[in-house]
Design a binder for this molecule. Structure first.
Ligand code: FAD
Length: 357
């Protein structure tokens, strides 16, 4: 017998918690289902030395500023501690570990099936992030390569690569920060599709959020955003990346043409022996559990009006990045989408259609 609830939030990371804050404030009956054993979402799985690229007060969820850090940018441990205390502070109804297997349609409402039972809900918020869906591009010969391959989602520390020949593939923040670290322990080669774009030293997450807000306001007011070059995804010059620049290691080369058993062959035919490849090639939204809804997608993401699914009016998406809100995949940026989602759900629950759908 499914447990009845008005709203199920799937995912208890920063996006799920920000949404919880606004659902709680609207006195909506909801529950958060998260498959981690403890709070923190993806932050629980990032590498040890990872720091935010924005100062604490620019990395806060709604209602409670992140406490100041002794570092210019808070560490991943400080983020996990903040998310843990944030969840305790508001006593959100988070059940964990609960893994959602599927969301399907009922004659009235949606059925959320999990490894610990079923919930039937009038509305569902998907806030599952991307960490559990790492993306690795297919290169010719990758199946014969005998070296080690890992995605940045599994990377923890440079120590395991000491003295090796390592390729770091990917030109975003992960690639730059991991290259900066491993290049101190091994012979690291940085491989990027295009020349990496480094933001000016004084442009950090705070500036990027201000730019994203200016762009969001311009688009809301029907104006053309006059936003300078560079945005989320370009490389923020956090201290470890600045240090690597001073060491002269931030030199990237374009991709190799194929793997062979013990390395790669570059476009000019030259072979390089490679012991390990660290794929810093991003993520995809973790949405497999939505397959029963058969939502059509555009470029791999569901079609939405704001954060609401266009083909399922009882489903919202929070925290996945630009397609569901400018800077929504950041601590400070997720607030807008979370607030709008809670407001829309509150209106939906008061409407006759919530009892009919
Ligand atoms: P997550 O944190 O991934 O949380 C989703 C939760 O849902 C997880 O607990 C997951 O286990 C759970 N889940 C997934 N699927 C299911 C399921 N089927 N059933 C139940 N639970 C499920 N952001 C910033 O604001 N500032 C930064 O400086 C910053 N730096 C970054 C640096 C790097 C290298 C990277 C990769 C990201 C960075 N980010 C930064 C982005 C930020 O880490 C992520 O965007 C953030 O973790 C996303 O939060 P989320 O709640 O959307 O997803």
């Amino acid at each position: 017998m499914a447990t009845q609830v008005d709203v199920v939030v799937i995912g208890g990371g920063q996006a799920g918690l920000a949404t919880s804050y606004f659902l709680r404030r609207a006195a909506i009956d909801y529950v958060v289902l998260d498959d981690q054993s403890a709070p923190g979402g993806a932050w629980r799985h990032t590498w040890d030395s990872l720091h935010l690229f924005s100062p604490a007060q620019w990395s806060s969820l709604p209602g409670w500023l992140m406490p100041a850090s002794q570092d210019e940018y808070p560490s991943r441990n400080e983020v996990i501690e903040y998310l843990t205390k944030y969840e305790e502070r508001y006593q959100f109804p988070v059940l964990r570990p609960v893994h959602v297997l599927s969301v399907s349609r009922l004659t009235k409402g949606l059925l959320v099936t999990t490894d610990r039972g079923e919930w039937s809900a009038k509305a569902v918020v998907s806030a599952t992030g991307t960490w559990s869906a790492p993306y690795i591009p297919a290169y010719p010969g990758c199946e014969v390569f005998r070296g080690r391959q890992m995605h940045s989602a599994q990377y923890r520390s440079p120590n395991e690569f000491q003295g090796q020949q390592v390729l770091v593939v990917g030109g975003g923040n992960s690639g730059a920060q991991i290259l900066a670290e491993v290049s101190k322990e091994c012979k690291a080669t940085w491989v990027t599709l295009h020349e990496p774009v480094f933001l000016p030293d004084d442009v950090d997450g705070q500036v990027l959020f201000e730019r994203a807000t200016a762009r969001w306001k311009a688009l809301r007011d029907g104006l053309t955003p006059a936003v300078p070059v560079g945005g989320l995804g370009d490389i923020v010059m956090v201290p470890p990346v600045r240090e690597a620049r001073n060491r002269g290691v931030l030199n990237a080369r374009r991709p190799f043409s194929r793997f062979d058993a013990d390395g790669v062959v570059w476009d000019d035919g030259v072979h390089s022996r490679v012991d390990a490849v660290i794929w810093c090639t991003g993520f995809r939204p973790a949405l497999d559990f939505l397959r029963p809804l058969q939502l059509r997608d555009v470029d791999g993401v569901p079609r939405t009006d704001g954060t609401r699914a266009r083909e399922e009016p009882r489903l919202w998406f929070v925290g996945y990045g630009e397609w569901c809100g400018a800077a929504s995949a950041t601590l400070i940026g997720v607030m807008r989408g979370a607030r709008d989602t809670a407001q829309e759900i509150a209106q939906f629950l008061l409407s006759p259609e919530s009892g009919e759908l």
